[in-house]
Design a protein around this ligand. Sequence first.
Ligand code: ZN
Length: 432
Amino acid sequence: MYWNPGAEKTPIKDLREIQERKLKALVHNVYYYSPFYRKKFREAGINPWDIEGLKDLKKLPFTKKPDLRDNYPFGMFAMPLSQIVRFHASSGTTGKPTVVGYTDNDIKVWVESMCRSLTACSVERDDTIQISYGYGLFTGGLGFHYAGEKLGATVLPTSAGNTQRQIELMRDLKSTVFACTPSYMLYLSEYAASIGISIENDTDLRMGIFGAEPWSEETRKRIEDKAGIDAYDVYGTSELSGPLFTECTEKNGIHIWADQFIAEIVDEEGEPVGEGEKGELVVTTIAKEAMPLIRWKTGDITVLEEEKCACGRTHPRIMRIMGRADDMLIVRGVNVFPSQIEHVLMQVPEAGDHYMIILDRAQDGLDVMTIQVEVNEEAFSDKVSDILELSKKISNNLKSVLNVSARVEVVNPGTLQRFEGKAKRVIDNRKL
Ligand SMILES: [Zn+2]
């Protein structure tokens, strides 16, 4: 099923032409209407006429998170405020918040993107989508909401939190699709079981769309087994509009709509990587009006696949996000992504779904990484020797993947903290 087959199956050659045309228009537009970009282009010695096509994309400067903070609130806008119909803002854990404005057309582009995406992962008019992402300044809730309604599906805007009520509404109103973070879905399944409700047998839920934090294939399998549903990945960032792209039913990468966004992958020096190589995702918005972004550094590490997908869509795909450049931990000089640790833990059948990574600095100055992981109910044992053996097994597995030693503490089921939104899995005491 396609939402907009003409657009979604556009031949790759034509998509490139569309991108070239829109990119050229964009650089002229921001040069004249965005004080921020005019200054940035001048500093980089770039004239809009220098950009003749996609080959010149790499000449353009990157846009980074501090640019949004430094130009708070309206310095990045390329449209007068009278044309803005909505604001979203991020909380800004470090300093000023960042604000993104939308014209009426920007909202339409966002809704179009999500309608294509939801259809690609099999959401239809008959579905009831329970949206357990936060509503309000956070983009998750409204991003799903508008597209769900446009699609003709039924929307259940529960927003985040109140797990018991989420489960009761899911059962009573016969939700078929659930949208939240993957860690919350695991918690919700566990909570449902504790009050005697099986998501698989007692509800109509058939699929879920999970994102806003990195997760692994092993977590997908766990969610699918526990809840008896299909689990799909969604990608977006608040700066680009919030949730925008999902996997198609092939579950082999997330389609990035190339007529609206140009995706690139760059290395740590900002140079484009070779085909199929891992690096940071950089996105240029070629259909946004209020706050277009040129070469936005997302901080997310992934691989870009340009081959046409088996689903028939010609738009490129990003593979599962391996982590955020900001989330990368340096432990004894080795780069470690929390998602790599999750990947190892979730492959151990005795390990539960919840874990915590704690980093300390020992008196000798060396980093000490401790990983607390719950044992699952079935493997739970009072025998100290069993627990020690399991800790050792996990520790060995981690060492072979990460190339760095970790202390593993296996803890009883239900002892680690649960989260109703994004999970906080890392406590880094080294920065204190
Ligand atoms: Zn596909």
